[in-house]
Design a protein around this ligand. Structure first.
Ligand code: AFP
Length: 326
């Protein structure tokens, strides 16, 4: 006995998330993301038993190496979103935007599998997604102010499989119950701590940083003897979803700035399907997100796969970084 995805029956044990917690018009989209996320979680948990998920299988639109799991995840989400009201589907793994349903009301952008370099070493990886109301064209639907987002979320595949999602009224946290296959609400309003004890940046790039970034990191490293008057710990997982979840949970600062390496003039992270959705989630939890100085949500993507320098976390730290950028 299945159920009509357009009008899920709240009593249906098959549902991957309680529709009562999701704005009615987005229930089919979010149900599809959760159902696919639960399925992907089971594949990831099998690791090598599910095949060579971390094997290189090609390159994406920007020349980044694609892993088998990147392609599998992209195919799963694309297929699951058909018939849910998504008109345009944009993915890190595909050069151009797909039209799934010409009558659909939504435009969804996703990094279907972020953190691919961690697949083979059993470190948390994730799916990131951003939803807009569909505009008259694919370009107009995604190349617009990040503040136009109507929903954003990530699914973290780690010791727990988690969904953090916002519809503009706070950031909610759900945990996948492996027994039922459903995501269960665990926090109805996440609160990113104002003060930070940890900072995150790929320290191996120090020699490529700009002076303000170096100054901020050196303040953190100076600890209680320095300008901060407190010691800071350091974390770098190399998986944006893992870092974001840690910072949403216990505060901190994340920086992936522009640096002097070739093609890193705008950092590494993608505006449309990584930076903008994470900025929405973080700000909805009381944190801040900038490109170093300007709020991310005030910025507009000019190209689908463009990169953007990204700083987010505890408000006082993000403010300090903007101050150092003068
Ligand atoms: P991959 O998906 O190629 O592993 O990149 C992950 C990521 O986009 C983001 O999740 C990390 O924060 C960042 O790159 C790590 O970048 P570095 O490898 O340069 O530290």
């Amino acid at each position: 006995m299945g159920h009509n995805r357009d009008d899920p029956n709240p009593e249906d044990p098959m549902l991957a998330i309680d529709p009562a917690l999701i704005p009615e018009h987005l229930r089919p989209v979010i149900e599809a993301m959760c159902r696919t996320g639960a399925e992907l979680s089971r594949v990831i948990a099998k690791g090598p038993l599910a095949g060579k998920l971390g094997a290189g299988v090609g390159e994406n639109s920007d020349g980044d190496q694609q892993k088998a799991l990147d392609v599998m995840a992209d195919e799963m989400f694309e297929a699951a979103l058909r018939g849910t009201g998504v008109r345009y589907y944009a993915s890190e793994e595909q050069e151009t935007v797909l039209t799934l349903d010409p009558e659909g009301g939504y435009a969804l952008a996703t990094d279907p599998l972020d953190g691919s370099s961690n697949i083979d070493v059993n470190v948390t990886i994730g799916t990131i997604f951003s939803v807009f109301a569909a505009a008259e064209s694919a370009e107009a639907s995604f190349l617009r102010p990040a503040s136009d987002q109507i929903a954003a979320g990530y699914i973290a595949y780690g010791p727990q499989t988690l969904l953090a999602v916002t519809f503009g009224a706070g950031t909610m946290l759900f945990v996948l119950d492996p027994d039922s296959g459903s995501f269960v609400l665990s926090e109805d309003r996440m609160a990113l701590p104002e003060a930070a004890k940890e900072f995150s940046i790929n320290a191996s790039n120090r020699r490529h940083w700009t002076a303000p970034v170096r100054a901020y990191v050196e303040e953190c490293e100076a600890g209680r003897e320095g300008a901060k008057g407190k010691d800071m710990n350091f974390r770098w997982v190399g998986s944006l979803v893992a870092e974001t979840h840690r910072i949403l949970t216990r505060g901190g600062t994340f920086l992936y700035p522009a640096d002097a390496r070739p093609s890193y003039g705008n950092g590494r992270l993608r505006m449309v399907y990584e930076v903008a959705p994470m900025a929405f989630l973080v700000e909805q939890a009381g944190g801040k997100a900038t490109d170093g100085t300007r709020p991310i949500l005030s910025l507009t993507a000019e190209e689908l796969h463009e990169r953007r320098p990204f700083v987010f976390g505890s408000a006082e730290e993000v403010d300090r970084i903007a101050e150092l950028h003068g």
